[in-house]
Design a protein around this ligand. Structure first.
Ligand code: SF4
Ligand code: SF4
Length: 326
C-alpha cells in the first residue's frame, strides 16, 4: 500500500504526538549549508514535525512558587530525552516498513558544528570532502516546525501552534518518502507582538527592539534577538552580580558563567541551582517567556486546547533576597 500523509499523521498521533505537520524538502532550498537537511540525507523528500505538549499543570507549581522540578523534568528534559525519541523512533519504523529511509531526529544539537550565533565552532570538526557541511549539521527544529505548517515562530522565537500556543516541544523526522505537504501558517496568525515574553523574561534576554529576520518558504519571519548569555544566567535562576555589588555572601550561587559571578534573582526561591534533571532540565526561570505567552493567547481565546479555568489568577510572586529567610 502506498504511504500517504494521512497514514503518517494518524500513526504519529496514535504513537503519542499531539499535532503533526509535513513540509516538502523544496521549502529548505535556501537553508544555510550547516542547517540543510539535504546535507544529511541527500534523497530527503519530506520533513515531518510533531508537537509534544507540555502539560499546563507542569507550570502550576512554579506559578505557586512551591514545585519547580515538574516542568524541568516532565515538561522539558523528560519530554526531550525520553518521550519524543520513543515517538520519533517508532514513527520512523512505520515509515521504513513502507520502504522509505527515515531519520528519527532527536534533540542532539550539542554535537552541532555551529554555536548559538550560527558561527562555526573553532577547531571543532572538519568537512569530510570539499563542498560538504562540517559535522554535525543542525536541522533547526523550530524552523522545521514552521516549514511543516505546524506553527509559526513567535517574537519570543518559540514555536506557537494553534493548539497549544508556545506550550510544546518539537520532534522531527527526515524521510525519503514523498508526502502531501501542509500549508505554512502565515507569520502573525498567532503572535500579535504583545511583547509579554519580552517584559516577563527575568533575564531581559529577549530584545524588544533588535530583531532577527529570515526568509523561509517565501515568508519573512522575524523574532526578537536573544541574548543567550543573559538567558543562560536567568535560566539557572541567577542574576549577574556587578563587582561593586558583590558582598561575598551570595556569590557562591553556582559557578561563575561567562566571567560573571551570579546570585539568586527575585524569581527563584533556591539558594543554589538544583542539579539538572534529564541533562537539560534546569529552567529555574520557570520559562516565563512561555508562560506569559500562554496566558496572553489563552486570554484571547484563540488556542484550541481549552481549559475550564484561567491559568493565572494572582500576581506573580517575587523574593526579596535582602530580607531574612523565615
Ligand atoms: S508573548 Fe506576545 S509577542 Fe511574545 S511570542 Fe507570545 S504573542 Fe508573540
Ligand atoms: S528561558 Fe527564561 S531566561 Fe530564557 S528567554 Fe525564556 S524566560 Fe528568559
Amino acid at each position: 500500500m502506498n504511504l500517504t500523509a494521512e497514514m503518517v499523521k494518524e500513526k504519529a498521533i496514535s504513537l503519542g504526538a499531539d499535532a503533526v505537520g509535513i513540509g516538502n524538502i523544496e521549502r529548505w532550498n535556501d537553508a544555510p549549508v550547516q542547517m540543510d537537511p539535504k546535507q544529511i540525507m541527500p534523497g530527503a523528500k519530506s520533513i515531518i514535525a510533531m508537537a509534544f505538549r507540555i502539560m499546563r499543570g507542569s507550570f502550576r507549581g512554579i506559578e505557586e512558587g512551591t514545585f519547580f522540578s515538574n516542568y524541568s523534568s516532565m515538561g522539558y528534559g523528560g519530554l526531550t530525552y525520553l518521550y519524543i525519541p520513543m515517538v520519533v523512533i517508532n514513527l520512523s519504523k512505520f515509515i521504513e516498513d513502507h520502504g522509505y529511509e527515515t531519520i528519527p531526529y532527536g534533540h542532539q544539537s550539542d554535537w552541532r558544528a555551529i554555536d548559538n550565533e550560527g558561527n562555526i565552532k573553532n577547531k571543532y570538526s572538519r568537512p569530510v570532502a570539499p563542498g560538504k557541511a562540517r559535522p554535525d549539521v543542525m536541522v533547526h527544529l523550530r524552523i522545521a516546525a514552521f516549514l511543516a505548517g505546524l506553527g509559526e515562530i513567535g517574537y519570543s522565537k518559540l514555536v506557537l501552534t494553534p493548539q497549544f500556543g508556545p506550550r510544546q516541544r518539537i520532534g522531527i523526522i527526515i524521510t525519503e518518502a514523498v508526502l502531501e505537504p501542509d500549508p505554512v501558517i502565515k507569520p502573525g496568525t498567532l503572535c500579535d507582538r504583545c511583547m509579554a515574553c519580552v517584559k516577563e523574561c527575568p533575564g531581559k534576554a529577549i530584545n524588544g527592539k533588535e530583531t532577527v529576520k529570515v526568509t523561509l518558504a517565501g515568508y519573512t519571519v522575524e523574532w526578537g534577538k536573544l541574548d543567550c548569555h543573559a538567558c543562560n544566567i536567568a535560566f539557572r535562576g541567577g542574576k549577574p552580580v556587578e563587582p561593586e555589588q558583590d558582598d561575598g555572601t551570595l556569590s557562591d550561587y553556582t559557578e561563575p558563567i561567562g566571567g560573571h559571578k551570579i546570585k539568586p534573582g527575585p524569581f527563584t526561591p533556591f539558594y543554589k541551582k538544583p542539579h539538572s534533571l534529564y541533562v537539560t532540565g534546569q529552567a529555574i526561570c520557570g520559562a516565563r517567556c512561555m508562560r506569559s505567552c500562554m496566558v496572553h493567547l489563552e486570554k484571547k481565546g484563540i488556542l484550541k486546547n481549552k481549559f475550564h479555568k484561567p491559568f493565572r489568577t494572582k500576581p506573580a510572586w517575587s523574593i526579596d533576597w535582602t530580607l531574612p529567610d523565615t
